[in-house]
Every structure is written in structure tokens, then in C-alpha cells.
Design a protein around this ligand. Structure first.
Ligand SMILES: Nc1ncnc2c1ncn2[C@@H]1O[C@H](COP(=O)(O)OP(=O)(O)OP(=O)(O)O)[C@@H](O)[C@H]1O
Length: 220
């Protein structure tokens, strides 16, 4: 079953008279249980693509469908509602709310989609090596801890689609290995994952690699 579809996405940015075509007609389809990696040089449009897919950004052309619902051309509130139930998102900038502790940040996506599963919170804290930081606030975390906490938040609600921008950029080997175990487990339960990554190790675990160049996908 198709879980995520993008049809002919275009996104332009303007700086003065200069136009940047960040996405130029990107189409893709992800099915249940697929782990797909998007790779491409810096500036090729990976982050823009992920933002448009998850409704964090609105493309200038084309449309996106997740779990049978259109994401694009909707109000911000309705995009946010679809996002909460369909996506776990890890962005390059940290996705932690500053006034909540690590454990509270992990609990929040669960509360938004149902109820908090304290066992799962404990497991995510353990897998990400954050048990001792459960009651810490984001401002007091190291870069690696912030990245791992962000991952735990993205995985918290066991979302149908996990979309992660450079999930291993700031984490060590052990955390990367834990993440890979988690991603494998998602596959076997039919959950879909889309990663933008520069990590060859991570991309090699994917079922499929999509190559982005100057806002267009090569055949992968
Ligand atoms: N808000 C914005 N305003 C102007 N230009 C932007 C904006 N966001 C992205 N761009 C431009 O769009 C292009 C694609 O950027 P994007 O961040 O999607 O690339 P990327 O492949 O994710 O890069 P990286 O691997 O360095 O994170 C780049 O030329 C970038 O400078």
C-alpha cells in the first residue's frame, strides 16, 4: 500500500531578483514497510523536499498525500493535525521544546496521538542512552544528547512515516547502531521511513536510495 506520495513538487526561493529552484518536479512513492534514503550534495534540495513532504513547508507546485490524505493546499492547522498522526519528524535544527524535559518532550507526541506509554518512554530513553538525562531540559544537553533526544521524540508515537533529516549527523557509533536496530524493527512492523543522509553506512541499510541533484531525482 502507498503510504507517502509526492507528485511533481516544485519549490522556489527568491533572494532579491535571484530565484533558486530548490525542487524541480520531484515525484516519489513510498510503500508500507519501506526504508528509503535520499542522498545528494549539499544544497540539492533534501531538506526542502522533507519539509514539503511533511507539510512543514508548502510547495509552489505539486501535491503530497500521506496515508490517503492530502497534505498540501491546506491551512496550517489542518496540516499540523495530519502531521501529528502521520509523521515522526527529525529536522536538522533541534525539535525539542525548551520548556519541557527530555522525558516530557518524548511524551508529548504520544499525548497528541493517544495516550502516553511510560514503558515505551523508558525504552526510548534507554536505547538512546538518555536515562540519566530524562529530567534534563534541552538547553543543558550536549549536541549528541540533543540529537538522540530528537530521535526519541520523532520515534515516540511509532509514526506510520518517520522522516529524518541527517539522523546520524551528531550521534556516535553506538547510538547509530541502536538507531539501525530501531529502523529495522519499524520495517518488520510495516512502518515507513524516509531519511536524508550523507552517511554511506545508513544509506546502505535502505531498501532504496533516491538521488537528488539540483532539485531533481535521478532514477534510483
Ligand atoms: N528559506 C530559504 N530561502 C532561500 N533559499 C533557500 C531556503 N531554503 C533552502 N534554500 C536553498 O534551496 C536549495 C536547497 O536547499 P536544501 O537545504 O533543501 O538542500 P540540502 O540538500 O538539504 O542541503 P544540505 O545537505 O546542506 O542540508 C539551496 O540552494 C538553498 O540555499
Amino acid at each position: 500500500m502507498n503510504v507517502l506520495e509526492a507528485h511533481e513538487l516544485y519549490r522556489f526561493f527568491h533572494i532579491g531578483d535571484h530565484e533558486i529552484a530548490a525542487l524541480r518536479g520531484v515525484s516519489l512513492t513510498l510503500v508500507e514497510g519501506e526504508l528509503v534514503a535520499v542522498i545528494g550534495p549539499s544544497g540539492s534540495g533534501k531538506s526542502t523536499l522533507l519539509s514539503c513532504l511533511t507539510g512543514l513547508d508548502e510547495p509552489d507546485g505539486g501535491h503530497v498525500i500521506v496515508c490517503g490524505r492530502r497534505v498540501t493546499r491546506r491551512s496550517e492547522a489542518s496540516r499540523a493535525a495530519i502531521r501529528a498522526v502521520s509523521f515522526g519528524i527529525l529536522q536538522q535544527s533541534n525539535n525539542l521544546l525548551p520548556h519541557l524535559t527530555v522525558a516530557e518532550n518524548i511524551r508529548l507526541p504520544m499525548l497528541l496521538t493517544g495516550s502516553a506509554d511510560e514503558e515505551r518512554i523508558a525504552e526510548l530513553l534507554k536505547v538512546m542512552g538518555l536515562v540519566h538525562r530524562a529530567t534534563a531540559y534541552p538547553a543543558t544537553l550536549s549536541g549528541g544528547e540533543t540529537a538522540r533526544a530528537g530521535l526519541a521524540v520523532a520515534l515516540a508515537a511509532d509514526p506510520p512515516v518517520l522522516v529524518a533529516d541527517e539522523p546520524t549527523a551528531e550521534i556516535d557509533r553506538r547510538a547509530e547502531a541502536s538507531l539501525m536496530v530501531y529502523l529495522d524493527a519499524r520495517r518488520t512492523t510495516g512502518k515507513t521511513t524516509l531519511l536524508a543522509t550523507h552517511s554511506a553506512a545508513l544509506a546502505s541499510k535502505a531498501d532504496r536510495i533516491l538521488r537528488l541533484r539540483d532539485g531533481r531525482l535521478d532514477d534510483g
